[in-house]
Design a protein around this ligand. Structure first.
Ligand code: ATR
Length: 293
């Protein structure tokens, strides 16, 4: 039987997820289909509740529906109990990017963004010691939350500093980390003070949208970085952002954001198709072409 899956968002035409899942469906010779569905905010609930009837087994959820989809499903009373960390993180974030329509008429709502971030770093970091790392996280939006949960629960970094233009969001994240993960080695600094703490960190993560094509650049001075530091950016257009260029110039290792996109798709694919897919250089090249990077 053909297993139908896809991605919903509004707009959705830009999504490259069909190329990722399509590549794996072909590679593993699986009878599946992965489509884009443009769903307006008004139609989101109807779309979710008709997944079973329409034989749509699983969907990825992108902007602007991650939080709204979580709310709708949580309120519906049809979320299956799930002890997996993917479900726990969705609940903490109150945001899901991966929904499965279960045969019993219920749903599973997971978050795989945080796994994508961690896997991308683990695979590409050449033996970098995360457990001894001091991480500086720039930004405190939804993406930052997922990333901080990954830094704590998967990469197990030693300490985290968060900085954001709006400091209240940092405080909220710090509180969640302390309460839910018992993680207390976390501090907050003012956005204007970010340059003054670069030297104390060896893992720098940009989670803001700054540096993305068409947006302002992220202003930061990475010259005090130690040589064996690691710098990563969730922005992948351009593939090599200004902070990654700068990090390279000062001898740090860099990891671009396209890996996170591919690696967040892998647990969703495995969930729906039962095959743990490989993120290959060939897949990355396909995305680079499709995105015109
Ligand atoms: P996402 O869910 O992708 O993280 P978001 O919640 O809108 O998106 O968060 C975007 C992040 O980029 C936030 O940390 C935001 O800072 P604020 O919380 O202060 O808005 C940050 N950001 C966006 N534009 C910025 C700018 N011009 N200067 C500094 N930070 C900016």
């Amino acid at each position: 039987m053909l297993i139908k899956t896809g991605v919903i968002g509004y707009p959705i035409s830009h999504s490259v997820s069909p190329y990722i899942h399509g590549y794996w469906l072909e590679k593993y010779n699986i009878a599946g289909e992965y489509n884009r569905f443009e769903v307006t905010p008004e139609n989101l609930q109807e779309f979710l509740f008709s997944m079973h009837a329409n034989n749509i087994f699983g969907i990825n959820i992108t902007v602007p529906h991650k939080e709204a989809a979580w709310d709708i499903l949580a309120k519906s009373g049809r979320l299956n109990k799930c002890d997996d960390i993917k479900c726990k993180v969705a609940k903490l974030l109150r945001a899901t990017n991966c929904v499965t329509a279960l045969p019993n008429g219920n749903f599973l709502a997971a978050n795989t963004d945080f796994m994508g971030f961690a896997e991308n770093l683990k695979i590409n970091s050449d033996g970098f010691n995360f457990e001894k790392a001091s991480a500086l996280v720039l930004g405190a939006g939804g993406a930052a939350k997922a990333i901080i949960f990954a830094l704590i629960s998967i990469l197990k970094v030693n300490s985290i500093t968060i900085t954001n233009r709006s400091i209240d969001k940092c405080i909220e994240i710090k509180n969640i980390c302390e309460q839910e993960f018992d993680y207390t080695n976390i501090k907050i600094i003012e956005w204007q003070a970010r340059n003054s703490v670069v030297a104390e960190h060896n893992l720098i993560v940009n989670t803001t949208s700054l540096g993305m094509k068409g947006k302002d650049i992220l202003e930061i001075d990475l010259s005090p970085l130690e040589k064996n530091s690691l710098v990563t950016d969730i922005v992948y257009n351009p593939l090599e952002t200004e902070i990654l260029k700068q990090a390279k110039q000062f001898g740090a290792k860099t990891i671009d954001g396209l890996g996170m996109l591919m690696h967040q798709a892998a647990p969703a694919f495995e969930n729906w198709y039962g095959e743990k897919p490989e993120v290959t250089a060939e897949l990355k090249e396909i995305l680079v072409q499709k995105l015109g990077l």
